[in-house]
Design a protein around this ligand. Structure first.
Ligand SMILES: *Cc1c(COP(=O)(O)O)cnc(C)c1O
Length: 379
């Protein structure tokens, strides 16, 4: 043990190749590092309205009982979700955030011989969970920043075991229409598990301007047995800090996911809060309306500033920083107390992603970005 020793040599090959997920910079960290006291964080697609007060109350009540282990089967929450979706509880797998569920899918279905297929610029967790298993990954070039479903269908092969489609996708905000998604899913061979990640479904349904309604893939579960739909309480429901998400699937798929799931992966506080968040439809509606208004505010401002943006169906926008590098713009925004998200790691050099915040937070971002651009002109 006295020799210089590299623990990476001991790690599983997939783990050695991993780059840790880069979360948005926490507010406290910026305030500590830059001595700023009124920073705004628009970096993690959090809901600026905060959670439903009913959910908070339920969480506080549940916190008092935290000496007990949670219900490992999440009976009450799964029951509430089953009612909400009109599906049997046996089709629901709870996760510690939907990221957890995505990892369960990888662990249950991928091996080193099998391949996960997803799009360029797709959500970072897909390559992460794939690599951690040491499975192969097939990245299909994007079209107009979004999923090229035809190219993805053509890329499916004998080794493909899991396909991930985020609709809408993060960080691009791009979305696919129902007819195209349905066609793609129907054409997949039987040996492929198709994951449709609907983390932003409610926002997308509101912002969508296609002729047909925005697709809710959960409605196709009866006809498409290989389909897994993932949802989260982190975005619309504003419970990101409690970590609750879930998958809807064929009961047998749910059974397999349950085998790799840790029995207490969803904690009691989160379960209690999620049930109330689901019930508080008025709060959901307010969140959707606030997002629409904030999205219009940011879109108009970015257009005024002459910054190209990718049309988004979520609660965030990826925009191009213009002449300066995204790293320089990110830093300049930080110095003004505004945290956004660099997306170079997503193959989007020159872009940053800003979350739709409250009107005041959006204005802070807009004036900070304006001054970043003006200072550029002076130097
Ligand atoms: C935020 C997000 C999730 C959900 O993450 P949680 O683990 O539920 O907080 C899933 N998919 C995408 C595309 C996301 O952006």
């Amino acid at each position: 043990m006295s020799e210089p020793f590299d623990f990476a040599d001991l790690a599983a090959p997939g783990v050695r190749a991993l780059q840790p997920y880069q979360p948005g910079k926490p507010l406290e960290e910026l305030e500590r590092e830059y001595g700023i006291t009124d920073a705004v964080k628009l970096a993690s697609n959090e809901n600026p309205l905060g959670p439903s007060p009913r959910a908070v109350e339920a969480a506080l009540r549940a916190a008092a009982g935290c000496a007990r282990y949670p219900d490992g089967n999440g009976f009450a929450l799964r029951r509430a979700l089953a009612d909400h979706h009109g599906l049997a509880p046996e089709r629901i797998t709870l996760g510690n955030g939907s990221n957890d569920v995505l990892e369960l899918i990888a662990r249950a279905f991928l091996t080193q011989e099998k391949e996960a297929l997803f799009s360029e610029h797709a959500f970072a967790v897909y390559p992460l969970v794939t690599r951690a298993i040491g499975a192969r990954e097939r990245v299909v070039p994007a079209r107009d920043f979004g999923h090229d479903l035809e190219a993805m269908a053509a890329a499916v092969g004998a080794r493909t075991r899991v396909v991930f489609v985020a609709n809408p996708n993060n960080p691009t905000g791009t979305a696919v229409d129902g007819a195209s998604l349905r066609r793609f899913l129907e054409a997949l061979p039987e040996h492929v598990i198709a994951v449709v990640d609907e983390a932003y479904l409610e926002y997308a349904s509101d912002l969508w301007q296609g002729e047909d309604d925005f697709p809710d893939a959960s409605q196709w579960l009866d006809e498409l047995p290989n389909l897994v739909v993932t949802r989260t309480f982190s975005k619309l429901h504003a419970l990101a800090g409690l970590r609750v998400g879930y998958a809807l699937s064929h009961p047998q798929v749910a059974d397999l996911l349950g085998r790799v799931r840790q029995p207490f992966n969803t904690n009691s506080v989160a379960q209690a809060a999620a049930i109330e968040a689901l019930r508080d439809q008025a709060h959901q509606q307010r969140s959707i309306e606030a997002n629409r208004a904030g999205m219009r505010q940011l879109e108009a401002a970015l257009d005024r500033l002459g910054l190209a943006r990718i049309p988004s169906h979520g609660n965030f926008i990826a925009f191009h920083c213009g002449e300066a590098s995204s790293a320089a713009s990110y830093e300049a925004l930080l110095r003004q107390g505004v945290i956004v998200r660099p997306v170079d790691g997503y193959g989007l050099p020159g872009y940053l992603r800003v979350t739709v915040g409250s009107e005041v937070e959006n204005s802070r971002f807009i004036s900070a970005m304006k001054s970043v651009i003006e200072k550029r002109g002076e130097s």
